[in-house]
Design a protein. Structure first.
Length: 289
């Protein structure tokens, strides 16, 4: 069994979709008009900035983006605040400003043309975010696919599709350009891939837990309380991140400055490197004559 690879046909399909999407956004911008489209673009920019800032603040409280807890906190808190900010600004634009069809004469053409240009910019901004999303989900799926291959198990169809999508996006010269404009550095995807490898492989997870810094963390009373909390266990099994982030034991751990300081001292890259490393088989002792 092999890991899915990129396909030139898939890449052509992705590029075709990107062109159609940009044209669609330009058409939507024409219909909405210059002011409404400008407000929508502003909503994307502001919500994106707020999501990043809020995510970094949330992550810093639990050890930073380099830790699994920090990554999840950034995703949940940043995503929630960013979505709320976008909806508020979008509603303001929809309520107080007219569409192009409600204008007249030459002003209607200028109103619609400005909206089309801004709609095109909005489409580029959304495609930019889509690149990061595809590569992130693909890296997570690639780790799971590698684990399935390692244990001679079938790769889940969804994971196989996501890996093919990511690999196709990164093919050739077009792929080099896509990677050069991605907002996340290459090392971030390496960490995401390693996290996926560890969380999908029981042996790798055991090696990860055996890392000295992780061992010390597991012995922390607040972490011990979390691991023994039935609500946390149930939410983790169901992958219910909302329930996890609202759990009292988890909130108490997040607010503990000593635990946050302990998390910062863990070298996540080294811990992951140790976890995914193939263990050296023991050498056979020579037989006595």
């Amino acid at each position: 069994m092999t890991i899915p690879s990129g396909s030139p046909l898939w890449q052509a399909g992705l590029l075709f979709f990107a062109v159609v999407f940009l044209l669609f956004e330009a058409w939507r911008g024409w219909r909405a008009g210059a002011v409404r489209t400008a407000i929508n673009l502003l909503a994307l920019l502001i919500s994106g900035i707020l999501a990043v800032v809020a995510g970094q603040v949330a992550a810093s409280l639990v050890g930073g983006l380099d830790t699994p807890a920090g990554f999840i906190a950034a995703l949940v808190v940043g995503g929630g605040i960013g979505t709320l900010a976008f909806l508020i600004i979008w509603v303001i634009g929809a309520v107080f400003f007219k569409r192009t069809e409600h204008q007249g004469g030459v002003f209607k053409f200028l109103w619609g043309s400005g909206g089309a240009v801004l709609g095109l910019l909005t489409g580029i901004f959304l495609l930019w975010g889509g690149i990061t999303l595809i590569r992130t989900m693909g890296a997570l799926a690639e780790g799971r696919a590698e684990t399935a291959t390692k244990h001679s198990q079938p790769t889940p169809p969804v994971a196989k599709g996501l890996v093919t999508l990511k690999e196709s996006l990164e093919l050739g010269k077009a792929g080099e350009f896509v990677q050069s404009i991605d907002v996340l550095p290459a090392e971030t995807y390496d960490i995401i891939l390693q996290i996926a490898r560890v969380t999908s492989d029981q042996e790798a997870m055991l090696r990860f837990i055996e890392y000295p810094g992780i061992q010390e963390l597991m012995n922390n009373p607040k972490i011990a309380d979390l691991l023994a909390d039935p609500e946390v266990i149930a939410a983790a099994k169901k992958r219910n991140f909302i329930a996890l982030m609202s759990n009292k034991a988890l909130l108490a751990a997040v607010e503990d400055p000593a635990l946050a300081e302990q998390l910062k001292k863990i070298d996540l890259r080294e811990a992951l490197k140790q976890a995914v490393a193939t263990p050296t088989p023991p050498r056979a002792l020579p037989k006595s004559p």
